[in-house]
Design a protein around this ligand. Sequence first.
Ligand code: ATP
Ligand code: MG
Length: 424
Amino acid sequence: MRKQVSHLRGMYDTLPSEVWIWQRVEAIVQQVFHSYYFQEIRFPLLEKTELFHTAIGESTDVVEKEMFSFDSRSGHSISLRPEGTAGCVRAVIQNDLCNRGATQKLWYKGPMFRYERPQKGRNRQFTQIGAEIFNIGDAQADAELILMTARLWQQIGLPNISLEINSLGTSEARKRYRKVLIEYFNKHQDDLDEDAQRRLESNPLRILDSKNPKMQAIVKNAPILSDYLDEESINHFEQLKQILDECGINYIVNPKLVRGLDYYSRTVFEWITTDLGSQGAICAGGRYDSLVELQGGKNTPAVGFAMGVDRIVELIKDLNLWQQENNVDACLIIDNSINNKYINKLSEKIRNYLPKLNLYVNHNPGSFKSQFKKADKLSAQFAIIIGENELNTGLITVKSLQNKDFGQKELNFEDFIELMNKYK
Ligand code: ATP
Ligand code: MG
């Protein structure tokens, strides 16, 4: 036996037994997003490394230690995208989509790559679906994204999901806060873990996001950002809360909620579930009014989110929320004395007339009994039986496997097609 090659750590195969869940999530997302007139955009999985360094920020976890970066053959550093916003913004600028202040509502889906320690809900290749609104500075855009995701959870049927929101203010407000925060953490130097020590100068706000239980006490008593917010950001946040109240969306204001990427300003939010253990964040987003300019475009207010589809699929499986729908309409059940060539010819003829029918064809037909067993297992609606008798008479026997009243009918080809057309 040759040595097998397995997949990379933290990357996995999605098998047919599970793919249907992904497809159904994606179909619901697409339907809901399109009902808000978001348009899909597709951009490359690989970009120049500098794009992510500029957009995400040098002192973030993602850029510091999670990127899959390597030299391309031409000697430039390129990276697999760790998230979608940077590439989406690049595409918007490069294709001039926000020309003369035009509003854009875009969404994307696809794999993202981060070199993380693999565990439940944390993979090195994972799928995000995200949406971004460009050129609306008003809080109603932030609200629309939150309302759209709330509708999505409702359509999927996710229970126990809660929304946390916060405002990060303008970069000036954060600068003021940063100073106070550094002073505070400096006073507690001895209690800081290694990560926090490292972040103290480069990105002290991220210390608030620490997942280390030993850090919770000093994080809890830290000064809070809302005391340092500018007036406009306060108004923006009030407006958002008011819209959410009016639309009946429950939320928790979490003054310690900061996001892992540098580009956020004002609104940040996170949808969290209690059903997934420690990786409970299923969707996160916020406003990033200065990112388009930072990436070389014109001043363009923007807001967006990304959800972790792997975690959502995990939830659907863990909570047994969905049952797989039967997708076999008919099984061809064939007498095994019939020549194999005839099987293709007959099934092709049926498909020519009934292109929408999901037809299961057993290419190695055993006994009638085993074929009926298989049809039962597939929850097929009909059995299309072709035996010697059918071959001689040219008639087709159709049996309903789900409706006893229907029984069994012997039909000529035209009547058979008519009947199946009524069903499909
Ligand atoms: P976390 O705090 O869990 O590391 P993050 O702040 O790095 O999350 P974002 O960059 O905001 O996450 O990504 C948005 C969403 O993508 C997350 O809420 C999560 O659902 C999902 N996600 C992020 N990283 C991973 C991963 N390694 N594996 C699976 N899903 C992920
Ligand atoms: Mg992370």
